[in-house]
Design a protein around this ligand. Sequence first.
Ligand code: NAI
Length: 500
Amino acid sequence: MTTESTERIPLLPDVQRFVDRSHRLLIDGAWVDSASGQTFESVDPSTGERLATVAFAGERDVDRAVDAARRSLSGPWGAIGPADRERILHRLADLMEEHADELAQLESLDNGKPLAFARLVDVDLSISHFRYYAGWPRKIAGQVLPVSVPDMHCHTRLEPVGVCAQIVPWNFPLLMAAWKVAPALAAGCAVILKPAEQTPLTALRLGELALEAGVPAGVLNVLSGDGTTGAALVRHLDVDKIAFTGSTEVGREIGAIAGRNLKRVTLELGGKSPNVILPDADPAAATRGAFEAIYFNSGQSCTAGSRLFVQRDQYDDVVSALADTARATVPGPGLAPDTFLGPVISEGQRARVLEYVNAGTAEGAELVAGGSAVSGPGYFVEPTVFSATSDDLTIAREEIFGPVVVALPYDDLDEVIERANATRYGLAAGIWTTDLRAAHRFADKVRAGSIYINCWQPSDAAAPFGGVKDSGVGREHGYEGLSQYLESKTVWTNLGADNA
Ligand code: NAI
């Protein structure tokens, strides 16, 4: 297979200007070089060529950013009222809307994802996230408590947690930043955002728009860098809360450090999500759903439906229909108009995905479609379908984070529920059926943070998202997400006559 089309949508002049600039760090409201002067390159995964040069934040930059964030809390940001926080968040959402096409092109270039998805999913959902959380500040309220201590008035105040380190991955760079920055700012916290080294550009642009929107100096700092930058942030003792999305291995390490230092932490980690087609499902809708569940974002989605369970009687038909669609799907550059499947993020990620493919074949799974890198420039992998009978294969257990699905036959609902649960992960699980009782039995019995019935990974700022088991700790979105950025303080007031 070769990539079909290299014709690309032309870049907007503002996007071209942005990528051509050298990029600095946002610390204390100013764009500055890193203390070491070090830079790194962001690569276009559709070509493998350098896209932009970006400042690399080291330990001294982390110190500067944490200090700026701390000062902002006792400065104007700490004094600002909730109505003004709402106004600033709405203004930021307005600016993102004005620059939506530009943000989408940047995301598509830096990550490789199809431009239409970048616009409709990443950018639109990011805007919607800022709008949703813009609605919260004036509704954050403590409680008056019915205590039994005589003559006492007792109430709680909900205060910002403080300085938050937010470390995001490369698969949905702007959206993951929005998921973290929006609730933190709504709560009145100050943030140090650390984008992934593969995809720093939209976070840097978000920093520019935030300043334009009136976010005061030091409230949102953006430090581009790699895992060492993230680790320095996590170790920093003046950080009050860490929010992380990424691999389970790094999340476990971050959780351990946060535990030792007694810092608040939320972790959104990996998955190996089961996608179950019951015999009564509409076969065309279920097969289409299974296709999108795995290949959306080139399989680089923590909720990817990477284990597909099909009832034995329909197994061959569904697998062969899925494989036909996979074979007919030619990967292409994110900026080519017809692309559904973009590249994976990097050469390293492609090598990792192909290692899993080799392991699948070596352990006896049947390779039904795909399985190879696509020749030519860029990091493309063919959409791949495996058929297997054992849940113990490496490809059926581990998160691949690429366009690879393993199909597995099953016989009945109870059996498939047990097998759906036989994983260390618990992020998402889906079922395709017209049987309401079966669907809700599945929702009841499967241990996962999200259950999808006749759909896959819908997302809304109001609906909590997160995992159980090795998929993470805590929830993002909705009030649950906001509450991770709030600390409760209990205030006792003696109303007794003795104190009059
Ligand atoms: P990663 O977990 O190493 O990177 C995610 C973010 O964490 C990046 O910003 C990175 O710079 C930062 N980071 C790395 N090491 C750190 C440390 N010790 N302390 C603090 N921050 C650190 O993920 P990576 O290597 O990019 O991808 C490897 C695998 O992780 C993928 O193949 C996939 O399986 C999984 N992954 C899961 C994601 C999800 O959405 N749950 C997102 C990205 C990766």
